[in-house]
Design a protein around this ligand. Structure first.
Ligand SMILES: Nc1nc2c(ncn2[C@@H]2O[C@H](COP(=O)(O)OP(=O)(O)OP(=O)(O)O)[C@@H](O)[C@H]2O)c(=O)[nH]1
Ligand SMILES: [Mg+2]
Ligand SMILES: [Zn+2]
Ligand SMILES: [Zn+2]
Length: 428
């Protein structure tokens, strides 16, 4: 029997020489073969949630993404709504060049129940446009629960058709009636080819698994899914006949500036919420601080707007800022003071203050920390890429945020309401 050359879980070519490398299977196992054969790394990920670390900073993975995009009629660009700051990357624009793009906003099941998905989509459109780039379509989905995935096929076929109608510059090649016979943008009866692209861990493979399940495609192994970044290592193609799609899962792009990517796989996985996002309200006065495990600290430097003549209190008396923190439930939230947080981080990080583990703590401290100050208005978020965010309520504040050097922090309109209603701003 002819063996597949590629692991159907991760897309890495099978090999029998290097047990620590991608695609490894013992020689006798490969010889025995079987259609359910997967590599050792996938086997361990699937059965023991145990990861075999590999170097992900590899140009090869980006090349696999390029190749998938080149041959596709439509790109599904996945972002993680829980980490938009860490998963919406500047390089996507160039990677998607010339293709219609459906921006798939994944993991919406993790948002608080009061969130309205139409508002989430509007928020994403606005944030995506900040860099001057507008995806052709935006959809909110959950690969985990299946929410929204039924709409993907219809939107994709419409985008591909539209691009064909626009001609060569629309999709990068013509596919008119007398266009090339082997056109990648399909003719009427051919399936639409979709390249699924995004940062590591945004849920690309989970979405493919969901589609296979939803449309009853059972004959071949499904992509491996895990909480660890860099699970998929090559292209994995699956046809979904019922909705005339060919979906191509690809390796995740490793983002710059995402906090989890500075941590060991276990610590990084703990920043990825899978069941629910923890949200907790804090009232903090100037001089107080909120710690996100031993990974980031947000210090309240000043409460009240900068246009109040430097007054630190309002007419209502000494004011506290109201901060709503959103973070994976495996991150300890701890309240302390501007003077104490560094000592708490150094003494208790890796102990009850989690993450990091002890070795990540030591590595982060040798890499150095950096601080930045932001004036934040009510109904704005201070987002820390790869970690979470705080929403400011009630009154403007100046926040200093301290993170491991290189971590991206930014201010944005609040993702989770309430929204300003007309000229009056709601305080609740
Ligand atoms: N709650 C929730 N978790 C999700 C969803 N989609 C994916 N996840 C989780 O996110 C983690 C990463 O999922 P994957 O599907 O492996 O992500 P990926 O984008 O394929 O990652 P790479 O292959 O590393 O690029 C896993 O722990 C999933 O269970 C979702 O819609 N909701
Ligand atoms: Mg994957
Ligand atoms: Zn594999
Ligand atoms: Zn660690």
């Amino acid at each position: 029997m002819k063996q597949p050359r590629i692991c159907p879980g991760c897309g890495a070519p099978f090999q029998t020489d290097n047990p620590a490398g991608p695609g490894y299977v013992p020689r006798e196992v490969l010889q025995k073969g079987g259609k359910d054969l997967i590599c050792r790394r996938c086997f361990r990920l699937a059965n023991y949630a145990e990861e075999t670390p590999i170097d992900l900073r590899n140009e090869r993975y980006v090349e696999a993404v390029r190749a998938a995009v080149k041959n596709a009629g439509v790109v599904w660009l996945l972002v993680d709504i829980i980490d938009f700051a860490g998963t919406w990357l500047p390089e996507f624009r160039e990677l998607c060049e010339g293709k219609p793009v459906l921006l798939v906003v994944n993991k919406v099941d993790l948002l608080p129940v009061r969130s309205r998905y139409s508002e989430v989509v509007a928020w994403v459109r606005q944030e995506a446009a900040v860099g001057g780039w507008r995806p052709d379509e935006v959809l909110a989905v959950s690969g985990q629960t299946g929410y929204g995935v039924g709409q993907l096929a219809g939107h994709s076929r419409a985008l591909a058709k539209n691009a064909r109608a626009k001609g060569p510059e629309g999709v990068g090649h013509p596919n008119t009636a007398d266009g090339p016979a082997r056109a990648k943008g399909p003719g009427a009866g051919e399936p639409t080819r979709v390249a699924i692209m995004g940062a590591t861990n945004v849920g690309k493979s989970t979405l493919v698994r969901r589609l296979l399940k939803e449309y009853g495609v059972v004959e071949s192994g499904a992509p491996t899914v895990s909480r660890f970044r860099g699970t998929t290592l090559g292209m994995l193609e699956r046809e979904i006949g019922e909705v005339r799609l060919v979906v191509v899962d690809t390796p995740g792009i490793v983002p710059r500036g995402r906090l989890g990517d500075q941590l060991c796989p276990d610590c990084a996985a703990r920043l990825v919420p899978t069941r629910g996002l923890n949200s907790k309200l804090f009232e903090l006065q100037a001089g107080q601080a909120l710690m996100f495990g031993g990974l980031a600290s947000v210090v309240v430097e000043k409460v009240g707007g900068s246009n109040e003549g430097g007054k630190e209190t309002s007419m209502l008396g000494p004011e506290a800022s109201v901060l709503l923190a959103f973070v994976s439930d495996e991150v300890t939230l701890h309240r302390t003071t501007a003077e104490r947080w560094e000592a708490v981080r150094d003494e208790h990080g890796g102990d009850w203050l989690q993450p990091p583990c002890v070795s990540c703590r030591d590595r982060l401290s040798s890499g150095g920390w950096e601080g930045q100050s932001f004036e934040v208005l009510p109904l704005q978020d201070l987002a820390i890429a790869g970690l979470g965010w705080v929403t400011v309520r009630r009154t403007p504040v100046r926040l200093a945020v301290y993170v491991p050097a290189g971590t991206l922090c930014r201010i944005r309109p609040a993702l989770v309401g309430p929204r300003p209603a007309g000229p009056k701003t709601s305080t609740r």
